[in-house]
Ligand binder design. Structure first.
Ligand SMILES: *Cc1c(COP(=O)(O)O)cnc(C)c1O
Length: 420
């Protein structure tokens, strides 16, 4: 039995996993082309002070990217923007959701999934996630519905699509809108349908950690032309297509991105499916290995969601099977062996200080957000001791990398007495 690295032994791995982002001469050439063109912004000042793109001579990189990304996800309209947070905010605003309205969001997700409601002074209502998948639990959504519910925002967590059959059924029955937070789910599918194509709209992020990136970036997809126009208007300070440049129709912001980002994202999209395929293959292999270690359960992947992006590979940890070793101590030992696994979110969303301090204006908001803890035991448990995250870049490597991950967990388990 070899000695744990954290106790001075040799680590299982000394090499890092594949670096992220992945790029080569194609991104470099695309970027250089934009630099040299002098066309750094989607519209050219000389061709028109209007949102009418037919007046723009050069084919914008962003515009082409929007079309390519939307087509890839099987929808008609794509509107690029500066980040995924803005994408969610704009959809909520464009739908006219506002004060007094409620928006159902998972308790276990990134903060932007719920601040999109608060930015419009609407109330986020937290629903628990499924204990096996960590995705929004449809039964909890039903429980969270009220006559003020206007929208449901499922996040396709870790890249696995939430149960859209049941969520869409609930939404139709109660006449509420579904906004898919697909920030983890570029290219993911649910029974053959792509992320973001099933609800009223889907939002994506191209922030550095996501499966496609330009450092920052975001995008909204929808089949609804009217919604698409409103979102575009919101990203353009409230301007409208075909109207004078200095005429404003709604409360908007500048949520635009640059042609540099558009050019890089076009190449990143070309890489997406091959990379996701590699991630899936490695993830499936690792799951078989880890399922043999009592106390580690990779989240269940629904057969309808098998084609997924593996944005985060999530494990559920049962300390009892490791003689009560805490997750933090386990991860310290695992990190020392050369596997930078981590614990992910430390707070169910409603436990963040901003909810305790009510650092927002949302009329009709619950007096005490901490009370959601009773309704969200799975999110509580995931944050407290259960969830372990592995980054998607680990899965761009080889089977040997997967063998190492499993070996490390096995080694720590065998030496658990040393860690107490
Ligand atoms: C990253 C992320 C976002 C927001 O994306 P940004 O581009 O960072 O603003 C939204 N939702 C989830 C679940 C995310 O992980």
């Amino acid at each position: 039995m070899s000695k744990l690295a954290i106790k001075g032994g040799l680590p299982v791995r000394t090499q890092d996993f594949p670096a992220w982002p992945v790029f080569d001469a194609r991104e470099e050439a695309a970027l250089l082309e934009v630099v040299r063109s002098g066309h750094w912004w989607r519209y050219s000042h000389s061709t028109g002070v209007t949102l009418d793109e037919s007046k723009v001579g050069t084919r914008s990189q962003i515009r082409q990217f929007q079309e390519e990304f939307a087509a890839h996800h099987g929808v008609r309209h794509g509107m690029a923007c500066n980040n995924g947070t803005a994408a969610l905010d704009m959809v909520v605003r464009a739908l006219g959701i506002g004060p007094g309205d409620e928006v159902i969001v998972p308790a276990y997700t990134y903060i932007a999934s719920c601040t999109c409601a608060l930015q419009s002074n609407a109330v986020p209502i937290f629903a628990d996630v499924d204990p096996e998948t960590y995705n929004l639990d449809p039964a909890c959504v039903e429980d969270a519905l009220s006559d003020r519910t206007k929208a449901i925002v499922p996040c396709h967590f870790g890249g696995q699509i939430a149960d859209m059959d049941r969520i869409m059924r609930i939404a139709r029955k109660h006449d509420v809108t579904v906004i898919e937070d697909a920030a983890h789910a570029h290219g993911s599918e649910w029974a053959g349908k792509k992320a973001g194509s099933m609800g009223m709209a889907g939002t994506f992020s191209f922030q550095n950690a996501k499966n496609m990136t330009a450092g920052e970036g975001g995008l909204v997809i929808t089949d609804n032309a009217e919604l698409a126009d409103r979102v575009e208007s919101l990203a353009w300070s409230g301007r409208e297509k075909g109207r004078p440049w200095y005429e404003f129709h709604r409360l908007g912001w500048n949520n635009r991105l640059t042609e540099f980002q558009g050019a890089i994202l076009r190449i990143q999209l070309e890489r997406l499916e091959e990379q996701n395929g590699r991630r899936r293959e490695n993830a499936a292999y690792l799951t078989d290995l880890l399922n043999q270690i009592d106390g580690l359960s990779p989240v269940r992947i629904d057969p309808r969601a098998k084609t997924y992006s593996v944005h985060i590979y999530m494990l559920r940890y049962n300390p009892a099977a490791f003689k009560g070793l805490s997750r933090d101590k386990l991860l310290e030992a695992v990190n020392a062996e050369g596997i930078p696994a981590f614990s992910g979110y430390t707070h169910a969303l409603y436990n963040n200080p901003m909810f305790r301090d009510k650092a927002f204006y949302a009329p009709g908001s619950p007096d005490d957000y901490a009370r959601f803890a009773e309704k969200c035991p799975v999110a509580e448990k995931a944050c407290a001791y259960e969830a372990i995250w592995l980054e998607h870049r680990f899965f761009l490597g080889s089977r040997k990398d997967m063998d190492d991950i499993a070996e490390v967990f096995q080694k720590v388990k065998e030496n658990v007495d040393e860690l107490k």
